[in-house]
Each structure stands twice: as C-alpha cells, then as structure tokens.
Write a protein that binds this ligand. Structure first.
Ligand code: HEC
Length: 149
C-alpha cells in the first residue's frame, strides 16, 4: 500500500514537474512531513531514503548523524533540519558558516549539497558538491530520517 502510494507520488512528480500548484493540492502527507518548506523546489519530490543511505557514504567520513555521536571532521548532524546553521555544540565552525545566519530548511540544505562553496563562500567543508538533483533529494530523505528520530 505504502509502496504503491510512493509510486503514485513519483508518477505525479513526473507529470507535475513545473506546476507546483497542482502538486500542492495533491498534498501527500509524507511529502509534507519530509519537506518542511513547501516553497522549496524539491518539495515536489519524495526522496528514496534507501538509495540515500548509499549516497551518504560520501559524507560518512566527516559526519555522524545520531544524537550524542561525536563530531568527526565535520559536525554531528543530529537535528540539523530547520535549525540555525553552525549550532552543533562543541564543534568549531568557520566564521563564514557561523555568520551566515542561515536556517537549514530543506531548500538551503539542497543548495548546500549542490555547491557548498557557492552558498557560503569561505566555509570549510571540503566537498565539491552533488550535481544530481535526484541524488540530493534521496540523500536528504535519508538524512531527515536519520537525524530526526
Ligand atoms: C571532508 C569532510 C566533509 C565531507 C566529505 C562532508 N562534509 Fe559536511 N561539513 C564538513 C565541515 C568541516 C563542516 C563545517 C563547515 C564550516 O564550518 O564552514 C560541514 C558542515 C556541514 C553542514 C552544516 C552543519 C551545521 O551544523 O550547520 C551540513 C548540513 C553538512 N556538512 C552536510 C554534509 C553532507 C550531507 C555531506 C555528504 C554529501 C557532507 N556534509 C560531506 C565536512 C565535510
């Protein structure tokens, strides 16, 4: 049942790309919960968290996700969705990220993952970016699942 709902959502996304209004009306519960900013372009998609788990291999050397896990090269990401940037206790951030005043809604996270150096020039995350939008969407679905429960 859930699987078929997902398929339906994906189908609707394919049909509806470029017509946010209609997708809004469809108002899938899961999508709404996952994507906190309804204005976000990627609110149109429901990422595949299982696929995202594999994409997270690109982040794993530098980030832990669960509550109270130690920081690595990068900060622990527990609770990152909709929080202010550079707020993980005990991690020393770059001045650029600290002063960014950014809220990590899904839209900003998506932009960050695509081109971190463009969203916040001078940040110290050494990551060239994830070009593929579906990859980012799947990764965000996984991150949301892992960092909010
Ligand atoms: C080589 C290590 C490295 C890799 C790989 C890496 N990061 Fe980071 N990440 C960092 C560092 C360091 C920071 C802190 C940046 C700063 O202070 O400017 C950071 C910051 C972040 C933040 C902001 C956290 C906050 O508390 O504001 C997010 C979100 C994030 N990374 C997600 C990811 C994701 C998702 C991936 C995988 C696609 C990834 N990172 C890959 C090192 C890394």
């Amino acid at each position: 049942m859930i699987a078929s709902t997902k398929k339906l959502v994906i189908l609707m996304v394919v049909i509806c790309i470029g017509c946010d209004q209609k997708m809004d009306e469809a108002n899938n519960q899961e999508t709404e919960k996952l994507f906190l900013n309804p204005e976000s372009e990627i609110a149109l998609t429901t990422g595949d968290a299982e696929r995202g788990r594999k994409l997270y291999f690109q982040c794993r050397a530098c980030h832990s996700l669960k509550q109270n896990e130690p920081h690595k090269i990068g900060p622990n990401l527990f609770g990152v969705f909709n929080s202010k940037a550079a707020k993980s206790d005990g991690f020393i951030y770059s001045t650029a990220l600290t002063n960014s005043n950014l809220i990590w809604d899904v839209n900003n996270l998506d932009r960050w993952l695509e081109k971190p150096y463009e969203l916040i020039p001078g940040n110290k995350m050494i990551f060239s970016g994830m070009k593929n939008k579906n990859d980012r969407s799947d990764l965000l679905a996984y991150l949301y699942k892992e960092t909010t429960e």
